[in-house]
Write a protein that binds this ligand. Structure first.
Ligand code: ITT
Length: 218
């Protein structure tokens, strides 16, 4: 089955494609000039993207996929959140680091608390007149400098929290079974990022739903 992904972001396409391909879905990028709505949550943005894309779905047996993501920094009251694209384009990763410059502590373990952040993604999938939305979160912290050239967007400044044996975030203070050992998403491979990523979680839920729908329509 062909799945059309409405996005202008190549990094998001690469990551989603890798997962969709594992389940034998063919993901194609749909590049529309859509209007980015001024709303309060990434879920509303995803819903709005879906509304704008449905009329352009090329084939009746194809599915449509949308996703909106953002970086939420605790010390900045969840900024940049829905403004993440704009903030990346304007002040960039360096700007986020500068906004956190005042957060200093003698305790080397304080960073996880003081520089706490998370990536969130909401993905939406539409097939045969039905649609559903799913979310994924990746907790972590903002690094003191940019590290690494892998990934895209805010990856060079984001260190994901360790994971326990089940792939869930380890309790604060615990050393996880799966860990980047302080490395950012910019320093690790795309395979490694997939274990932690907000996108992978939301995409996997969307794929399960789509597989069920596909069975239903056979
Ligand atoms: P579309 O709306 O066209 O899909 P976008 O680049 O605006 O593309 P989002 O609104 O979903 O994408 O993402 C908001 C910003 O957050 C954007 O600048 C992304 O580069 C960044 N971002 C999203 N997911 C990310 C990830 O996994 N790693 C690093 N940065 C990410």
């Amino acid at each position: 089955m062909k799945v059309w992904f409405l996005t202008g972001n190549e990094g998001k396409v690469r990551e989603a494609k890798k997962i969709f391909n594992q389940y034998n879905f063919q993901l194609e990028q749909m590049n529309l000039d859509y209007i980015e709505p001024q709303v309060d949550s990434i879920e509303e943005v995803a819903k709005e993207k879906m509304k704008q894309a449905i009329p352009y779905l090329p084939g009746g047996s194809d599915a449509l996929f949308v996703e909106d993501a953002g970086l939420f920094v605790d010390a900045l009251n969840d900024f940049p959140g829905v403004y993440s694209s704009y903030v990346l384009r304007t002040i960039g990763c360096q700007g986020i680091i500068r906004l956190l410059q005042h957060l200093r502590s003698e305790d080397p373990n304080a960073d996880s608390r003081l520089r706490k952040a998370r990536f969130e993604a909401v993905s939406g999938v539409y097939f045969q007149g039905k649609m559903e939305f799913f979310n994924g979160t990746c907790p972590g912290k903002i690094s003191h400098k940019e590290f690494g050239k892998n990934g895209f967007g805010f990856d060079p400044i984001f260190v994901p929290s360790d994971l326990d044996i089940d792939g869930n975030p380890a309790k604060s203070g615990d050393i996880g079974v799966i860990s980047t050992h302080g490395e950012t998403f910019g320093q690790i491979s795309s395979d490694a990022k997939e274990k932690y990523s907000h996108r992978a979680k939301a995409v996997n839920k969307a794929i399960s739903w789509l597989e069920n729908q596909r069975e239903h329509h056979k």
